[in-house]
Design a protein around this ligand. Structure first.
Ligand SMILES: Cc1ncc(COP(=O)(O)O)c(C=O)c1O
Length: 499
């Protein structure tokens, strides 16, 4: 059935109106921040079985369904939304999602979406510039930080054990990673065929930060056991605490000892845009690879993550594939330049002859589908087709500018710091560290912290998470919503301590 564009226009109009009201109510803190109706009851309330069986939804039905759907979800724009590291998306990014939903240009190869591919290319190039990798670096956007970490470690495996793709994974590889790192890293070790046994936990201080002084011992132990370090991973910042590893110290150690260095900057890399907090990422340019999630602090919807490498060819070297319908080389007609950009033969393989200004993010030959100039990112991602991820990052940048996004980071980090300042003045609250980001952990009293979290969530008053630090469970607040202010934070402290 072709689109009835009048029906679409009505339904889209009603959707926009409902979403506008939803965000407005949420930002003003009106309804409960979180709803947790049991799934069976919720399926009933939303009429899911009937809609699936019978179809026939009209614009009016859609509006009613959407209202109920939103009411029963989690409100990320709400000031009391202090739970997970998920952005309260800004509306330019939301518009990008709508565009993607309708136009659907999932640019595995350039011909599937020239604008989408070019936008991603420029966004990645901008990210490379911000991280200090510059024109020599390479990168790609991918569906989330976990996949980005997996991709970066795949590149590490290809660099350290280039035959692993064809011959299987050698048994002597080791991944050096602190227990405080995101679980996707140890998971990646298993997915990549190293097995969890290849993970060597690095020693840390009591707050989970890598102890740089003890790195020589760790490396010595690994090498004496006859193992080869595939990569050493640091966090900027750690998921649980929001604290940063010493990237410069670790980077210098890795450079000196020939160890590949990966930085998981899923959450904290956006601080590169903040004058106040950029220093927390000092030394990041020493990393061989890093990841940066836009769906955390750059305010896009989930998911839009970048995996970037210092050497442009690393990602292309990580993958090999054959698919005659996508990968072929009309070599007489097409060159692939070192930036992964296809050029007609007459242009020659000049590295800087990219469709836009300056060199492109990537450097090894990308698989081409022949034809006129283009950008194919398919050779350096796990995905074949992927969403128009660059558009959401680009539209947020285009509307808010680097400055606007940097100010967002500064503001959210300041709010978490404010919670620490206010909380420390109150009896019964303990904060194990001064926050460095918008993630802050604390305890109230000596009782079960999870009971406090449950109570606040059952009341729909606050959405908090929790984390263990040194084996002790803490409450954990992540200040993602721009609507969170001092009043919210005072109310949180009041309600946590109201027994
Ligand atoms: C430091 C860090 N790395 C990786 C991830 C995984 O990101 P994603 O949820 O996008 O897969 C997270 C998510 O919270 C994170 O905090």
């Amino acid at each position: 059935m072709i689109w009835n564009v009048e029906e679409f226009t009505r339904a889209a109009g009603a959707t926009v109106e409902r979403l506008a009201a939803y965000v407005d109510e949420s930002q003003r803190g009106l309804p409960p921040v979180i709803a947790r109706r049991p799934p069976r009851e919720l399926a009933e309330k939303l009429g899911l079985a009937r809609w699936i069986r019978e179809g026939g939804m009209t614009p009016d039905d859609h509006a009613a369904f959407l209202a109920a759907y939103l009411e029963e979800g989690t409100r990320l724009h709400h000031p009391a939304s202090l739970g997970h590291q998920v952005a309260a998306p800004d509306f330019p990014a939301a518009l990008a999602d709508l565009v993607h939903g309708a136009a659907n240009n999932p640019m595995a190869v350039y011909e599937m979406g020239a604008s989408a591919a070019t936008v991603e290319h420029e966004v990645v190039r901008w990210m490379l510039e911000k991280t200090g990798y510059g024109a020599a670096g390479g990168g790609v956007l991918t569906h989330g930080g976990s996949l980005a970490n997996l991709t970066a470690l795949l590149a590490a495996r290809a660099a350290v054990a280039p035959d692993a793709w064809t011959e299987g994974v050698p048994g002597d590889l080791a991944l050096l990673v602190p227990a405080s790192a995101h679980y996707s890293l140890t998971r990646a070790a298993a997915i990549l065929g190293l097995g969890e046994r290849a993970v060597v936990p690095l020693e840390t201080d009591p707050l989970g930060r890598i102890d740089v002084a003890r790195l020589p011992d760790a490396l010595d132990r690994v090498r004496r056991a006859g193992r080869r370090p595939m990569a050493l991973v640091a966090s900027a910042c750690a998921t649980g605490t929001g604290l940063h590893d010493d990237l410069r110290g670790i980077g210098e150690f890795c450079a000196e000892h020939g160890v590949r260095f990966h930085v998981d900057g899923a959450h904290g890399m956006s601080a590169l845009l903040s004058d106040e907090h950029r220093h927390r990422l000092d030394g990041v340019e020493l990393a061989d690879s890093l990841i940066w999630d836009a769906h955390k602090m750059l305010r896009t919807s989930s998911l839009a993550a970048a995996v970037l490498t210092r050497r442009g060819g690393d990602l292309d070297a990580a993958f090999r594939q054959e698919a005659s319908y996508l990968f072929y080389d009309r070599d007489a007609d097409t060159h692939v330049n070192p930036s992964g950009v296809r050029l007609p033969a007459s242009s020659g393989p000049a590295p800087d002859s990219t469709p836009a200004s300056g060199p492109a993010p990537g450097s090894a030959p990308a698989p081409g589908s022949g034809g006129p100039p283009g950008i194919d990112s398919i050779g350096r991602t796990v995905e074949c087709s992927k969403a128009e991820l660059g558009l959401k990052v680009f539209l947020n940048l285009a509307w808010r500018g680097e400055r606007g996004l940097g100010d967002h980071v500064t503001r959210q980090y300041a709010a978490a710091h404010r919670l620490w300042e206010l909380g420390r003045e109150r009896p019964g609250f303990t904060f194990p560290y001064e926050p460095e980001s918008n993630i802050v952990c604390f305890r109230y009293g000596t009782g079960d912290q999870l009971e406090i979290r449950e109570r606040l969530m059952a009341e729909g008053a606050f959405h908090l998470t929790s984390a263990e630090i040194g084996g002790v469970r803490h409450l954990r607040a992540t200040v993602m919503a721009p609507a969170t202010d001092d009043k919210t934070l005072e109310a949180l402290l009041d309600q946590v301590s109201a027994v």
